[in-house]
Design a protein around this ligand. Sequence first.
Ligand code: HGY
Ligand code: MN
Ligand code: MN
Ligand code: MN
Length: 409
Amino acid sequence: MKNIKTNEQRLWNSLMEMGEIGGTEKGGCCRLALTDLDKQARDLFTEWCEAAGCTVRVDKIGNVFARRPGKNNDLPPVVMGSHIDTQPTGGKFDGVYGVLSGLEVIRTLNDNNIETDHPIEASIWTNEEGSRFAPAMVASGVFAGVFDLEYGLSRADLDGKTMGEELQRIGYAGEHEVGSPVKAFFEAHIEQGPILEEEETSIGVVTDAQGQRWYEVTLTGQEAHAGPTPMLRRKDALLGASKIVQEVNNIGLANQPNACSTVGLLQVFPNSRNVIPGEVFFTIDFRHPNDDVLSKMDQQLRDVCAKIADEMGLEMKFEQIWYSPPVPFNTSCVDSVRQAAEDAGYSHRDIVSGAGHDACYIARVAPTGMVFVPCENGISHNEEENAKPEDLHAGCNVLLQAVLNQACL
Ligand code: HGY
Ligand code: MN
Ligand code: MN
Ligand code: MN
């Protein structure tokens, strides 16, 4: 079965058709978690999977599983998957590639009348991005027992709408319990960084994913008139936030190589030209592959935030809302991916994932591996995100063989 290949054109067509749901003028995709567009994409995936002979089930946090039966359906499934929710200025490949390459594997098994011992499943994990509802990967986290179901369903967006309410509204509040035995899990994903493309390497054999810490900070000063208020008598919350933003960047730079630090969301109140900002809410995203360094960065952040707030007489609410430690993936799954790339003659290299993925949480409850493929200029979370059909095809072929390696006794 090593010579079986998936269908490059069919995979590309499915990506392009799915990419039209929330498609943007610049060629990207804006399909936030649990919006009507997410529902449309889920419906399309379900339709495609049922047409491929799968039975589809939805769990209580909206995760979707399309099952292709095996010879022995009492055996736990080998599951492939990722997410279909995007960033506001997302692309057509982040997440979706992992979902639709799972479908393409199933379609290819059908084309070749291959019967696996274990059942096979293609899956969608709800709200992986953590853009509309924080934290990221929350539904795979509930599946892995990191968060309880109530916590997951209570996650609210900036308008106060909860995941539970939105799942009901779009008809994806499933009745299946969250969490079930999985023989192995594989996620195919674009690298979202520049390494594979720069090294002209087709396949990334993902050995680990770096750790993350997410924070929310509210600084409160005093609204006042921008004209008559003397400079030294101000309690300017935005000035305080800007000093912290600079320090967040300094902490990232001070912990090279590998550290990443980002302030991505910032809200100013009252956000008026001639009012000194009285309150600022912002988020901080820290990443590092080494947990001790991530803890050190955490302490540096806490110290510098307290110092700035104190010096400026600002009130500060500082909360770490999420911590996801670095993840080593399962060696037998990693070996399956590496061997599949080797057998297919694809150039490949081991790589650590800079991004978080649902695989990071599923790795806690099942042997898990990831397959990376290059993306253009290493750009992602950007409407210009792009990937080559031949690279996507190579990754899907590796996924097929890695899955067969685990699904056939
Ligand atoms: O933030 C991440 O790493 C992922 O895209 N959710
Ligand atoms: Mn992703
Ligand atoms: Mn992403
Ligand atoms: Mn992901």
